[in-house]
Unconditional design. Sequence first.
Lengths: 417, 150
Amino acid sequence: MKPANALPVAAAWDVSRVREDFPLLGRPMRGRPLVYLDNANSTQKPRSVIDTESRFYAEQYANIHRGVYLLSQEATVAYDRARARVARFLNARSDREIVFVRGTTEAINLVASSWGGANLGPGDEVLISAMEHHSGIVPWQMACEAKGASLRVIPVDDGGELILEEAERLFTPRTKILSVIHVSNALGTVNPVKELVAMARARGVSVLLDGAQTISHRAVDVQDLDCDFYVFSGHKLFGPTGIGVLWGREELLDAMPPYQGGGNMIELVTFEKTTYAPLPFKFEAGTTNIAGTLGLAKAIDYVAGLGYDAIAAHEQKLVDRLLAGLSTVPEVRLIGRPKERVGVFSMTIDGVHPHDAGTILDLEGIAVRAGHHCVQPLMARFGVPATIRASLALYNTAEECDALVAGLRKCVEVFRG
Amino acid sequence: MSDLRELYQEVILDHCKAPRNFRTPAAVTHEADGRNPLCGDTFTVFVDVEDGRIKDIGFQGHGCAISTASASMMTECLKGKTLDEGRNLFEWFHRLLTTPPAPGAPAGPLGKLAVFSGVREFPVRVKCATLAWHTLKAALDREAKHVSTE
């Protein structure tokens, strides 16, 4: 269960050994080896994560923070350790800055509702980008509507990159927060978040970064990024579904009103008044996803064990191979050519609807996503109703990249007829 | 490859590439928009009904091969049919896509629409094959003008 842990970073990446850690990757699909290229949607789970959840339920399960009995104390210790693990992973200043939520979507909703509720007013502006996931658009739209604020949008150029000069112009004295996706879930673009954060900082504007697509590819250091909120989902980091993280600067989280009321988030309740628990419990009403939290910490251990440098080096080889392969199919049109990118590719095929391509690839055992990828405004920007999206992860292989290219060629052939 | 050809039969590919009745009829008594938010497919179906009979029918919009071919073949099959015949045909068509065939079961009035039987193996694509039909039903029922398969 300790894959490349012992290997120095410079050692050759043994992808077959990595794949052995992921039981599902061994499952045949439609009579062929599964080629899983839908990692931007969700990632597969290593055995260590699966075992952690299962062992917790079989051997250690009790609710946390309530029991006086040993079992509950053990579960509480495990949960608190998981929080500390996440804090270290993000280089947070304190465990109190780590709030467990259901996922990226809930994290952004929490900030939009709680921070937005307290800090947005009529005429204020929320600055987002044209490549936001719907979860980076809709919560802010709702907050703006509730408070009489408005949304402004940093445009994207034809290459799939944010236009920074426009961003500069879009900041006004009424801009209260900048909420931007760190890595595009549709185009793979790694956005220049440090430049954007610097622009915002210079104007006293708060910053939320959506790291849902970042954390499986790149190390994240929230102090180095200098943002105010950073959010991600466990299931895109080889961890369980239903668990995600909101990191926030302690002074901001402290000043924010609770998001949901209930058990666990209180200090003292009377019918007249309730006082709230300190961070991070103020934002964790009710029984949280304890097993998922432990699974997330284990997923972090797994990725850290492989090392982000080694992961990025492996993925870069795949990116280069896939780009070269795609360029050999003239009917394939890539959406966006970002200079700095991860292995997420949106494409269309002349004469083949993405949905049909998805089905034809599925029959080859290749899993990709076909649709709008929860970025309808970005699709509209590029004038396509939908695309095929192939997205890579650390366990993908050069052969799988080649299989995709062959599959795309087959799509062309079927419809050339 | 057999599953592939089962789904994308020549007739379907043909209707996808050259959809029939891909136009707005001169006279329109009913129309509705249909949309599959999952994949962005969107169609408008136009009908000219006279004395309970579909005198003319056409459609516009864009979608995948399955939804386009289904819309195209629907218009071909329904032109000249009564509304009751149309409703009956939709029931048969829906059953074709969702229920495994019983041995010896009657073929019913489906005719060439039977080429869509391959869709049964791909449950997520059933919505594609029925989008135009649901849209037509919304038009004829004079339900809300916007219909969604989600």
